[in-house]
Design a protein around this ligand. Structure first.
Ligand code: DOR
Ligand code: ZN
Length: 348
């Protein structure tokens, strides 16, 4: 802990968010738009965003869901399938509709049924992406049921990611929501064409927290949190200031009823307090001087975008995170750290 009382930084961007659609979109998007200037929007809707046309339409719905005054910019991604059209993706990227394409191994997570069943099936698409500089974002977990859930990221690195990077030596890749020290080391070893996002929850909880005194469905996400040693490795990477690591909340809202269920959904909703959570981590690590790099500089650099020109100020001030966010239709979403006191607060 330091005695710094406030920190002003370029407005951050969120390089990994789930905004959903319909009433849920309307309820959650304003939180992301309040904190961030831009966000990489995940395409795993119930009916996924697989084409340029669908992305343009979805972008319009997002823009309608956030206050005009926020000047929020959603950056759209294409959901890759075994049948993705390289031409459509490339045109979308070159016309500024798509910022990237997302690889969900089929069956890996929420709404991933139409994802890629074998990486070889998208070789043509990856070749094209490599050629035009379109980043590939990966959900880095294998799906074979025999692989232990805590090992899925590690196995993915060796079985899928490493060979893909070998094969496509110019392809830019973001290893999303990394959860292990192996992933940290792997990313570092690849150099600047590989980046990684790190979520606030993976910096704050380990796998024991999910079961502390009983099962906590609101701490369940994918990839699932790992051992303490891995949480510490993620903290070290995030607060290092190194250009390959940047902010991506993976805020992933689900109705409370879908989380508190016999088969609860994966996803942690952090949008109402994301910047504050990260500020707290950087403060705890004595690394507030590295916060701007992680939150506001490294992401745009990787994506080849401008850094935001406006700034935000986060002050050392206690406040209580709202327990839940209401969605039209009587549904609510539980907030990560809801009801708890945080020590940093984003000023309006
Ligand atoms: O926990 C997660 N929730 N991980 C994912 O990969 C997807 C996300 C969601 O969409 O709910
Ligand atoms: Zn995600």
């Amino acid at each position: 802990m330091t005695d710094i009382h406030s920190i002003t930084l370029r407005r951050p961007d969120d390089w990994h968010v789930h905004l959903r659609d319909g009433a849920m979109l309307n309820a959650v998007a304003p939180f992301t738009a309040r904190q961030f200037k831009r966000a990489i929007v995940m395409p795993n809707l119930a009916s996924p965003v697989t084409t340029r046309q669908l992305a343009v339409e979805y972008r319009g719905r997002i823009q309608a869901a956030v206050p005009q005054s926020a000047s929020f910019e959603p950056l759209m991604t294409a959901y890759l399938t075994d049948n993705s059209d390289a031409e459509d993706l490339a045109e979308g990227f070159q016309n500024g509709v798509f910022a990237a394409a997302k690889l969900y191994p089929a069956g890996a997570t929420t709404n991933s049924d139409r994802g890629v069943t074998a990486i070889e099936n998208i070789n043509t698409v990856l070749e094209r992406m490599e050629k035009i500089g379109m980043p590939l974002l990966v959900h880095g977990e294998v799906t074979e049921p025999s692989i232990d859930i805590f090992d899925r990221e590690n196995v993915f690195i060796h079985q899928v990611l490493e060979p893909t990077l070998q094969r496509f030596q110019g392809l830019k890749v973001v290893f999303e929501h990394i959860t292990t020290s192996a992933a940290v080391n792997f990313v570092r070893a690849q150099g600047p064409r590989v980046g990684a996002t790190i979520t606030p929850h993976h910096l704050m909880i380990n796998r024991t927290d999910i079961f502390r005194g009983g099962i906590h469905p609101h701490l369940y996400c994918l990839p699932v949190a790992k051992r303490e040693q891995h949480r510490l490795a993620l903290r070290e990477a995030a607060t290092s200031g190194e250009a390959q690591f940047f902010l991506g909340t993976d805020t992933a809202p689900h109705a409370i009823s879908a989380k508190e269920s016999a088969c609860g959904c994966a996803g942690i909703f952090s949008a109402p307090c994301a910047v504050e959570l990260y500020a707290q981590v950087f403060d705890e690590e004595g690394a507030l001087d590295k916060f701007e790099a992680f939150a506001s500089l490294n992401g745009p650099k990787f994506y080849g975008l401008r850094v935001n020109s406006d700034t935000v100020t986060v002050v050392r001030e206690d406040w209580t995170v709202p327990d839940a966010v209401a969605v039209e239709g009587g549904v609510a979403v539980k907030t990560f750290k809801g009801g708890e006191t945080l020590h940093w607060r984003l000023q309006d």
